[in-house]
Design a protein around this ligand. Sequence first.
Ligand code: AMP
Ligand code: FES
Ligand code: ZN
Ligand code: ZN
Length: 312
Amino acid sequence: MKCRKCDRQAVFNMRRHKLALCEEHYPEWFVAQAQRAIEKYHMFAPDDRVLVAVSGGKDSLALWDVLLKLGYQAGGLYIDLGIEGYSTPSREKVERFAAQRPGAEFVVVDLKAEYGESLPEVAKRVRRGRGKPCSVCGLIKRHAMNRVARDGDYGVLATGHNLDDEVAVLFGNVLHWQTGYIARQAPVLPADREGFARKVKPFCRLYERETAAYTLISGIDYIYDECPYAVGATSIGYKDILNRMEEESPGTKAQFYLGFLRARKAGFFCEQGDGIDLHPCTSCGQPTSAPGLCAFCRLWKTTDRQRVNGCI
Ligand code: AMP
Ligand code: FES
Ligand code: ZN
Ligand code: ZN
């Protein structure tokens, strides 16, 4: 198959766009798609400082690479959760990537070094999430991202969520009619409070296989393995179902997600919880709806006795 733009052999074919491109024109197309999403959803401007949360996986490394190529002031943040067999190799991938781009700022938050416990240790101690540390993990990552963004004066926090991630979340929320979550799912989330970062997902319209192709063609080395705690996650099951539908009818995933965004814009889903009173945590200053300490700070103040007594 020939590239649509030149005479060379195509290396990647996108059935949903009926578009095949060569190894020079595919990365160009990909970078242009990211720029279009950034502009369409008013994610950020060239004078904004953008913090990219990089996990060592293909999507977030590709995102950091693309933003730097586009000339944005993009720094990277890696959160080392201390997950055995997973955190160390993924951290190495991010560190190597950052070392090859010495002009870019790069921060590592090492949970065990800074707070004394790794994610599996803290999850075991507070016994949340029925033995799986994923819910504590989300809390810790959000807190670290907000903290580094605020300390580093980043107005924008970018994550590598791609269209497959967004569609799987949407699918799950629709199945369970989680209307509050549906209303809050968007390519851009405004800052919780003055001084906090706006959250953006520049790859929300790109398929996972498209980000994978970009990293391969661009020679970006990433961690192939998923987090061991993600094995058997419902979102992976949803992705399989959606991929089967996509196989039958190319473009299904994009149609579902983009149709949702149009419905959202037309006002089909009204945001709930706007009335929630957020105030600064008395310890870290991050916005929280809880009186006193935020959920993150409570993690480290929790003793076994408090837990047994049902204080949390
Ligand atoms: P996940 O929740 O693993 O699907 O990751 C979603 C996004 O969160 C990734 O694309 C990254 O932008 C960010 N992310 C996940 N894990 C980390 C981490 N350990 N450090 C920094 N950012 C992360
Ligand atoms: Fe958070 Fe796996 S990365 S539990
Ligand atoms: Zn070409
Ligand atoms: Zn706090």
